[in-house]
Write a protein that binds this ligand. Sequence first.
Ligand code: SAH
Ligand code: DHB
Ligand code: MG
Length: 225
Amino acid sequence: MTQQDQDSWSAVDDYFAPLAGEDDALVAANRDADAAGLPAIQVTATQGKLLQLLAQIQGSRRILEIGTLAGYSTIWLARALPADGRLVTCEYEPAHAAVARANVDRAGVGDRVEIRVGAGVDTLAALVEEGVEPFDLVFIDADKPSNPDYLAGALRLTRPGSVIVLDNAVRNGGVADAGSTQPDVVGTRRFVEAAVADPRLSGTAVQTVGSKGWDGFVLLRVQNA
Ligand code: SAH
Ligand code: DHB
Ligand code: MG
């Protein structure tokens, strides 16, 4: 990827930004994340809106997110929910969770969002243990080596018809390198391998370019059989 490619991709993201409709609360969420020294690795506005549209098209009432950061993707997703809907989001870093709490509250979705601090695998195990109602949509966007564990957990916490979305599935093409020993790539490849092998899952991948470079999503639907 050249600088010229990146400039073009960013210009197109900027062009479509009004269609995605990032509002003041989302802009402020990123501003405060930056001020708190959090890494700027949140989804783009066009990607956030894609997540929101997927949740709305699917009729999601319960959403599970793994990897909150400052709550930017959380806000996009929570806004897809009806007033009595619920979003549970898992974050390892208490400092990230604190920024996210303030951001989701300011965005007006605080009543629908529960932030659970801890390792994602532990939180998923706790949710299984609690016997919570199945989630309609799961967005996986935390530590990539745990992606296979997050898929296994998601399968225990969903129902036929649920949707599972994985972020950062492409990472500049790294995912296609079968010989990679990079833990992020290995984790994502194991996730894909497990999805391919699982008859309960129907899936595809969407490559994206934009202001975050070349990346993509894996989209899965839990099938009836
Ligand atoms: N979904 C966010 C970005 C998440 S970045 C957005 O698009 O706005 C990834 C987040 O996962 C970081 O905040 C990081 O602290 C968190 N994380 C890392 N390891 C984790 C773990 N084991 N369990 C839960 N969260 C984890
Ligand atoms: C990283 C993590 C993400 O979830 C992302 O969307 C982009 C980058 C990272 O860890 O570098
Ligand atoms: Mg991500």
